[in-house]
Design a protein around this ligand. Structure first.
Ligand code: AMP
Length: 395
């Protein structure tokens, strides 16, 4: 019996999911989990599809294996856990596919070279994605690996949505708006087409609100505009990332405050957002439970910025038929959803307080002109679906 593995390998964590196949060849979750704390004191946790813990292992900080060794351990654990099932392919989330890759691709040396060349565009993510591919290739050279790009879903946006107002030569060199969270949006769009085809066929804004956060404006399930741009730093305020900023601030930090480029990068990616404004935590749940005024200010800014960006995207798609909330905050935080919807009341958005508090699939009032939904995302499943499709096509 066959199985596939989905991997999402970051700088300090690796998320994974193992799938066996049903009678029609579709993925069935066998187990999923993550290794967190890579570089400090790593911890591997995994649960089966029923939520039962099937792995929980920690490594002490003074004897912690590196990224590659942890991935080897994880792969061996996965193969062992799957027992009689043979792993036929591994699918990877690869953050950047540049302008060339509009769909998932089977990995070969030429593709790896092309993706290496994109690393400067996503220095905090792409090298880790690619090193996971190389680790698996060294372990099992014959095992097909599929690269699934976070940028691909946004590939066919109108040209105007991809440009910065910079000299055109820079655009031609690749300094343009790409957009990210594509696997999440693709999954949400596909789910929406199943549960509400009429809404999916219309003008929808999907809000992926997690540690990383962005919005995607879709028409008939296709990305038309999105808040992330050249990097995953753009757009909304996030857990530790600033989101959109006057570029003059970056210049000022370097020329007047004397920060080095590396220090500015660290500030914008790791010390800003909810963490920077609150001075307390990057975690929305922790801030929601805090009585500190700084926590309130951070939450207010998060909701205000998301509302403001959403208003802009309504213009990009010429009106609005529906909103979908997804990811950690979008799926679980009724207060943030309510604030954003209330901020868009002028556009006809309304929220049913009871349905919202209960995290119901539809949180707009019955008969509302704009349907507001909560759709849990599942990027790992999307990777598994792409992986299986490519394996089948190449069989
Ligand atoms: P993600 O990156 O999608 O895992 O989302 C992480 C964010 O979602 C953090 O800010 C968490 O505080 C928030 N979050 C996750 N689960 C919950 C929950 N059950 N209730 C409230 N917030 C949550």
């Amino acid at each position: 019996m066959k199985a596939v593995v989905s991997l999402n390998s970051g700088s300090s964590s690796i998320k994974f999911a193992l799938y066996t196949l049903d009678a029609r060849g579709g993925p069935v979750l066998a187990a999923g989990g993550k290794i967190e704390g890579i570089g400090t004191a790593p911890r591997l946790t995994a649960r089966d599809a029923a939520g039962v813990v099937v792995a929980d292992r920690t490594w002490p900080a003074d004897a912690a294996p590196d990224h590659g060794a942890l991935l080897e351990t994880l792969f061996a654990w996965g193969v062992d856990h799957l027992g009689d099932h043979e792993v036929i392919a591994v699918g990877h989330r690869v953050v950047h596919g540049g302008t060339a890759f509009a769909a998932p691709r089977r990995v070969d040396p030429a593709l790896l070279d092309a993706l290496d060349a994109l690393s400067p565009l996503a220095p905090l993510h792409q090298p880790h994605n690619l090193s996971a591919i190389r680790t698996i290739a060294a372990l099992r050279p014959d095992l097909p690996q599929i690269a699934c790009f976070d940028t691909a879903f946004h590939h066919d946006r109108p040209e105007v949505a991809t440009r910065f107002a910079l000299p055109r030569a820079l655009h031609d060199e690749g300094i343009r708006r790409y957009g990210f969270h594509g696997l999440s949006y693709e999954y949400v769009a596909a789910r929406l087409a199943q549960v509400d085809p009429a809404m999916a066929a219309g003008r929808v804004i999907a809000a992926h609100l997690g540690n990383g956060a962005s919005l995607c404006a879709m028409r008939a399930g296709r990305s038309v505009d999105t808040t992330m741009g050249f990097t995953a730093l753009d757009g909304l305020m996030m857990g530790t990332r600033s989101g959109s900023l006057d570029p003059g601030v970056v210049l000022h930090l370097q020329t007047r405050c004397g920060l080095s480029p590396a220090e500015v990068e660290d500030l914008l990616y790791k010390r800003s957002g909810l963490l920077g404004v609150s001075g307390l935590s990057s975690d929305m749940r922790a801030l929601s439970q805090s009585s500190a005024p700084e926590a309130r200010e951070a939450i207010d800014l998060f909701a205000w910025r998301a509302t403001r960006e959403m208003a802009g995207l309504i213009a990009s798609i010429g009106g609005l038929d529906g909103i979908v909330f997804t990811a950690g905050i979008g799926e679980n935080n009724a207060d943030i959803r309510a604030r954003i919807c209330q901020g868009l009341a002028w556009a006809g958005v309304a929220v049913d307080e009871t349905a919202n508090a209960r995290h119901r699939p539809i949180i707009s009032p019955p008969g509302a002109g704009i349907t507001v939904r909560v759709v849990p995302t599942d990027e790992e499943r999307m990777i598994a679906l792409h992986t299986l499709r490519l394996i089948e096509e190449n069989a």
